[in-house]
Design a protein around this ligand. Structure first.
Ligand code: ATP
Ligand code: MG
Length: 547
């Protein structure tokens, strides 16, 4: 009997593992996170990490980082490095760093073993012919004419494949399973193919590479993986995964468990598409703040804690569902609302002069009203301040509680003012608002008796610092893309740069600080080519409604 108490299962994967422990099939839980180094990690991978690293942690087990690098034409060292950086940024630590390419010799030995067992053969059908003779869900496949080659002949041909005697695509190694199997993956799947592309780690040592379905169960086994967690599209491959373990007589057979991929509205989550966005210049790079990559999110200022919280909340299941992007944004907001310090920016400045105010004074400002222990800081209040153009209206709609001619409004943390007049340019644009203030109305000690419904934010002229502010819209316009080319959904206007006024105070905050700009949004202090600018992390409220 197992002596460690089992955690209470909160999802189906944990139920399976608990049962395996109770049945004494496993002791120490070993998982792995298996990215292919063919691109940067995205938010879907965060979910996979959450499941793999999270499960290992729950059971005090281990999780390896396993690079699934069996495809030399697509893989690069750059991707390996970015993947490691992103995992660490999310706060995960792997037990061992492994590569499928570290196991190429062993995988090759296993292939030879299969040939010796008469369970694999070299097939000279072209990829096209293999596809065409595979049959369908309702029709059996046809045996390859090469299926009956002798063990010796196969050993000889496989050796020649390895030595580079054949052209790419001219032959391959296939497992000899069952061309009549109801599962298409068992109809003599290809397990080795020829490729003369240079591998970023093994160089030109190999010109034959194992296919995922053959390499993965072997690599799992060689890492002592107990539970090989992957996404649902591999469910139909599980019989093949198991066939490899059974046929090669693995002592402890890893168990493959599948869960539903994370899908999100307004997002593409495939490295292939993300790569295209980078290559055709739609975005600046893989780490563009509009990208759903983890590096993009880091650049954007999205806290890793918010990503993990999101993964926790959406849960793990076997049913495929698409998550609203706005739900992810809500998780970011919730985290930042609690953690981010408050500051003021004025996006579209309008000058406001208080005609009866002279000199200046300091007013108290909450650094973070959600964490009162953070205290207050002083802000300068003066005769000339900037407010948002949108906070003043000559012909306001009903229930407009901000500033209007002859109307009253409170300037946050300062005084109530009344609008006595305004100045317009030739075009009719308001260029300045003239107000009087009420001395007894100061926030916190208001004895004025004046009732106001609106409170607006401001930055005093002496504290106003011009700075660039970048706002983002979703990169993909509509929520879903059934039948629609993702290219058609790209919002080419998804990055907007504005010149705004921010408080000089932000110069005292360190780069990459994320703050809440009151009534405006969450922004990160970004060093862009040696110049400070503010980049939007997330808006304050849901900025779009999905269909
Ligand atoms: P992509 O299509 O983005 O390249 P992939 O599945 O080919 O995705 P891998 O690098 O092979 O990417 O993925 C590593 C692990 O992350 C795999 O176990 C895969 O199942 C998982 N994964 C990838 N995308 C998602 C997703 N959207 N949700 C959950 N897990 C995912
Ligand atoms: Mg892949």
């Amino acid at each position: 009997m197992s002596t460690k108490p089992l955690p209470e299962a909160t999802n189906f994967i944990q139920s399976i593992i608990n049962q395996d422990i109770l049945d004494e099939k496993v002791q120490t839980i070993q998982t792995r996170f298996p990215p292919e180094p063919n691109g940067y990690l995205h938010i879907g991978h965060a979910k996979s990490m959450f499941v793999n690293f999270g499960t290992a942690k729950l059971y005090r087990g281990k999780c390896n980082l396993f690079f699934d690098d069996t495809n030399p034409s697509k893989e690069k060292e750059e991707y390996v490095n970015s993947i490691k950086k992103d995992i660490q940024w999310l706060g995960y630590n792997w037990q061992k760093e492994c590569y499928a390419s570290d196991f190429f010799d062993k995988i090759y030995q296993y292939a030879i073993q299969l040939i010796q067992m008469n369970k694999a053969y070299v097939c000279n059908l072209s990829p096209e012919e293999i596809k065409n003779t595979r049959g369908t869900l309702t029709e059996k496949g046809q045996d390859s004419p090469y299926r009956t080659r002798t063990v010796d002949e196969n050993l000889q041909l496989f050796e020649e494949m390895r030595l580079g005697k054949f052209k790419e695509g001219s032959c391959c190694l296939r497992a000899k399973i069952d061309m009549a199997s109801p599962n298409l993956n068992l109809r003599d799947p290809v397990i080795y193919r020829i490729s003369y592309d240079r591998h970023y780690r093994t160089g030109n040592k190999w010109c034959i590479y194992p296919m995922y379905d053959f390499a993965h169960p072997i690599c799992d086994y060689l890492q002592n993986v107990t539970h090989s967690i992957c996404t649902l599209e591999f469910e139909d491959h599980r019989p093949l995964y198991d066939w490899v373990g059974i046929t090669l007589n693995f002592v402890a057979k890893p168990k493959q468990i599948e869960f539903a991929r994370l899908g999100m509205t307004n997002t593409v989550m495939s490295k292939r598409y993300l790569k295209k966005l980078v290559e055709d210049g739609t975005v600046h790079n893989w780490d563009d703040p509009r990208m759903p990559t983890l590096s993009g999110m880091r650049n954007r200022g999205i806290p890793p804690e918010a990503i993990l919280d999101f993964c926790q909340r959406i849960g793990i299941s076997k049913s495929q569902a698409e998550c609203e992007y706005s739900y992810f944004e809500a998780c970011i907001r919730e985290y930042l609302n609690y953690h981010a310090e408050r500051t003021n920016v004025i996006v579209k400045p309008l000058k406001l002069t208080i005609t009866n105010y002279e000199g200046e004074e300091e007013v108290d400002f909450d650094i973070n009203p959600m964490q009162t222990d953070k205290g207050k800081r002083k802000r300068r209040f003066s005769k000339t301040i900037y407010i948002e153009q949108d906070d003043f209206s000559i012909e306001p709609p009903p229930k407009y509680y901000r500033l209007k001619p002859n109307g009253y409004v409170r300037l946050k943390d300062a005084y109530i003012v009344r609008c006595d007049g305004f100045i317009q340019d030739k075009m009719g644009n308001v260029t300045e608002v003239l107000c009087t203030y009420f001395k007894e109305s100061k926030s916190g000690q208001d004895k004025s008796g004046i009732k106001t419904k609106g409170v607006i934010h401001w930055v005093s002229e002496a504290d106003a610092m011009p700075i660039e502010l970048v706002q983002y819209q979703l990169l993909l316009q509509d929520a879903r893309y059934e039948g629609q080319d993702f290219q058609e959904r790209i919002n080419y206007n998804s990055e907007q740069i504005k010149k705004v006024f921010a408080e000089k105070y932000i110069l005292s905050l360190s780069e990459n600080t994320v703050m809440q700009c009151l009534r405006t949004g969450y922004y990160k202090i970004d060093n862009h080519q040696g110049k400070l600018r503010l980049t939007e992390v997330v808006s304050l409220k849901e900025s779009f409604k999905s269909k």
